[in-house]
Design a protein around this ligand. Structure first.
Ligand SMILES: [Fe+2]
Length: 139
């Protein structure tokens, strides 16, 4: 049984897949069950480097992981943003020479979910916007 937008990894070949529409079956790759990637929300030292930051700038929504390295060996592979009802999703992939920041192109006036995937430390999430100048989250 899967849940919409869950992310599963094959620990043999590295395939990473995301569920678009859920079903009853288990996901198998290379003959083995794929591992569900849990979203980490830790606030420890690793969390500080990996938790996506959600900010408003000029009325637009941005997500970044600017405190994280971007080298061939260790980098942010994608940032995904989605509304609380999971009806809208935006994803941006990165190469190691890019800044890990993207505009979250989803249509919502509420707080939303942001996740990022590090090639070494896996999946991290956040759903709180940073305080903006007037302390008001509405867009
Ligand atoms: Fe990392």
């Amino acid at each position: 049984m899967t849940i919409k937008l869950q992310i599963y990894k094959c620990n043999i070949c590295g395939n990473l897949v995301q569920v678009l529409l859920e079903g009853d079956g288990n996901l198998i790759c290379c003959g083995k069950e794929m591992e569900l990637m849990g979203i980490q929300y830790d606030t420890n030292e690793l969390g500080e480097k990996h938790t996506p930051k959600i900010e408003l700038k000029d009325g637009k929504k941005y997500v970044n992981v600017l405190g994280h390295p971007m080298t061939k060996e260790h980098y942010i592979q994608f940032i995904e943003s989605y509304t609380n009802d999971k009806q809208e999703v935006h994803i941006k992939f990165f190469t190691p020479d890019e800044l890990p920041e993207t505009e979250a192109k989803i249509n919502t006036n509420e707080e939303f979910n942001a996740i990022e995937y590090c090639n070494i430390h896996n999946l991290w999430g956040n759903n709180k916007m940073l305080d903006n100048e007037d302390g008001n989250y509405s867009i």
